[in-house]
Ligand binder design. Structure first.
Ligand SMILES: [Zn+2]
Length: 368
């Protein structure tokens, strides 16, 4: 798969947002709001301090519902939909509540856009306390100055959330259309505030959520996924990398490469066998005490991941020497005062400076 194939309204974006949200165990799902925040479209929503484009996401909280796997033949029964069409999946998931007799327990449904362990379609079913059914008519949309011709799936998603802000005066956290019916009125579910919250995330999550992470033991691959989320969160506002370096990382790695993470072992915690290649090796044994995202080992892992990603982007550094250790962190200060030339050369290189983005420091463990 080429990463550049990911489109604005696509199952890949829904999948990426779902994966992003469940990285935090407070959430069991989520979906994008599809409000375009690029400078060309919206000056109001555009923040000049941000390098990346942002998307809004609604995170669905623990307790709002339950994920169930629906066998493929049941999901596709009597329908001729294409699973890669988000509207089909959402519409079908909501139709299933009645069809499967789930009505007493669940009121709304949103697909996770993942396959279940048995090859079925995963759907997050929501309790009534989390999702209120609403009908939004053409006249009501007219009343808030919203275009009433609902000729795209994106417009419907926006209409529901615009109506929440103005029509319902922000009573709900957000909402989504079921895509059932003829769209006048729009059938929608509004998510209650205790079970849903909003966040803006850089749209490059679309790409990092698709990286290929395999071969690790225990739940270590989950830690790598969490580290990738943290790297993206920290990358944009950090001043440690130059804009040209950030753009190279985004354009040459996130958008173009099928980056793979594999286990490796050696006197290092991370290693990129080929500068400019696609494989990153992580020495799992070096990160033995990750209990939460504030564990020092988790921060070390984040530093390792971003360091190696800079190697994938094509940046390199001189060979590490133990005599450099006394100057770790110098690359985050921007000052070479009192630092020997070779140590400065090392700590001021793009991969080492990238480590500063995580918590303003550089790793003393060796990242090759
Ligand atoms: Zn390195």
């Amino acid at each position: 798969m080429s990463n550049t194939d990911i489109k604005f309204f696509s199952d890949n974006r829904f999948r990426a947002v779902f994966r992003y949200c469940i990285r935090d165990n407070k959430y069991i799902g989520g979906f994008p709001d599809f409000i375009d925040r690029s400078s060309a479209v919206s000056e109001k929503n555009y923040d000049v301090d941000k390098v990346f484009n942002y998307i809004g996401v609604f995170r669905i909280h623990q307790g709002a519902g339950k994920v169930k796997e629906i066998p493929l033949d049941v999901f596709n029964r009597d329908w001729s939909g294409n699973l890669s069409l988000p509207t089909y999946r959402i519409r079908r998931a909501n139709a299933l509540i009645k069809e499967l007799g789930y009505g007493n327990e669940f009121k709304a449904a949103f697909p996770t856009f993942e396959m279940g362990p048995n090859g079925g379609v995963e759907v997050l079913f929501l309790y009534e306390k989390a999702a209120k059914f609403k009908e939004i008519s053409k006249d009501e949309l007219n009343g808030i100055g919203f275009p009433t011709v609902m000729n795209s799936e994106v417009l419907l998603m926006r209409a529901v959330n615009a109506y929440n802000c103005i029509g319902y005066k922000g009573e709900y956290a957000g909402g989504f259309p079921t895509y059932l019916g003829e769209y006048n009125p729009i059938y929608a579910f509004m998510l209650t505030k205790g079970f849903c919250s909003y966040e803006e995330i850089p749209d490059i999550h679309d790409f990092v959520q698709m990286f290929d992470i395999q071969g690790f033991s225990g739940n270590f691959s989950e830690h790598i996924k969490s580290a990738l989320c943290e790297v993206v969160r920290k990358l944009d506002r950090s001043q440690h990398l130059k804009p040209v370096e950030k753009h190279k990382l985004v354009d040459e790695v996130f958008k173009k490469k099928a980056v793979r993470f594999r286990p490796g072992s050696g006197p290092w915690n991370g290693f990129t066998p080929v500068i400019g290649g696609e494989e990153i090796q992580i020495n799992q044994a070096q990160f033995s005490t990750i209990t939460s995202t504030s564990s020092p080992d988790f921060l070390n892992l984040c530093q390792t991941v971003i360091h190696e990603l800079m190697h994938v982007a094509g940046y390199d550094h001189i060979t590490y020497n133990p005599s450099f250790n006394a100057y770790a962190g110098a690359g985050c200060t921007g000052s070479s005062t009192g630092v020997p030339a070779d140590a400065w050369n090392y700590f001021d290189s793009a991969p080492l400076r990238a480590e500063c983005c995580i918590n303003g420091n550089q790793n003393l463990m060796i990242n090759k």
